[in-house]
Write a protein that binds this ligand. Sequence first.
Ligand SMILES: N[C@@H](CCC(=O)N[C@@H](CS)C(=O)NCC(=O)O)C(=O)O
Length: 298
Amino acid sequence: MPTTTTTTTTTTSTTSTTTPTPHPSNSLTFYDIALRPPVEKNCASPNPWKARLALNFKNIPYKTTWVPQPDIPKLRRSLQVPAVRQFADGSDFFTLPLLHDPSTDSLVGDSFDIAVYLQKTYPDAGAGDLFPTQTLDYTFAQDPTLVVPLTQSRDSSPQFAEYARFNVNVDAAFTAHVQLTVQGFPFDPETEEAVKAEFVRRAGVSGWEDFALEGEARVKMLEAFRETLGGLGKLFARDPSGPFLLGARASHADFIVGGWLRMFRVMLPESEWVQVAGWHGGLFGRLYDALQVYAEVK
Ligand SMILES: N[C@@H](CCC(=O)N[C@@H](CS)C(=O)NCC(=O)O)C(=O)O
């Protein structure tokens, strides 16, 4: 099954004593996974999306480099950015997103670390603080049998710890229902066979068809997903003015959820997305729509 989840490990980042101002001539490079063209419509990897939403919120000039999925290990090795996830057997799992900032000569190889990096390096840029103080007490137990386990949040500074925990729990919640998306995976035709074979290998199943989820089993998982989103939705209900957790003001917590919503928006059958968007008073549909102001693919 496609594996899409999280860890939080900073790779290399040089610190600078002054706050550099990003300038268009010094545009950052953002690496995302190449999915079926047109990428603007079909790109749907949740962790890259979390980082894209954060970059756009900060209004940082950057350009996306689209990386074929089988080339990710080569890219990370060539840039000397260590893996931030491991397979269950302990071997490295090389992932995107990855961000290169020439202004500080930094390479950051994890979506959460990218958001933290942007906040620390460009605190006042764009719409401001990505991490305003808020309580994000949502928990969802991780599945101990995942072939690519989620990595627990690193012990980061207290300023970001609440968000780091939220990231891991939201990842666990959506990952538990990711089988709903498998049949809609927008493969890049150039790499489709190789990527399918890799997903099959990782999961130890005999073929791609084994991931299919239909009939009663699908109805059950949709119901479980509805319940899970209901639990997450309780946090959003604290400020009923919405559409974001803090009402009119977006934060990285909304982007964590938004990255996953994007995946489900692209990969679920349309009729199921309409259901998801309407559950719990339309909360998640409204959130998805509101995030479109930060969703430009550059
Ligand atoms: N903790 C990492 C996790 C990144 C991750 O799992 N990325 C997935 C896409 S969402 C990936 O690169 N998968 C590559 C593959 O399955 O080969 C982050 O937040 O950046």
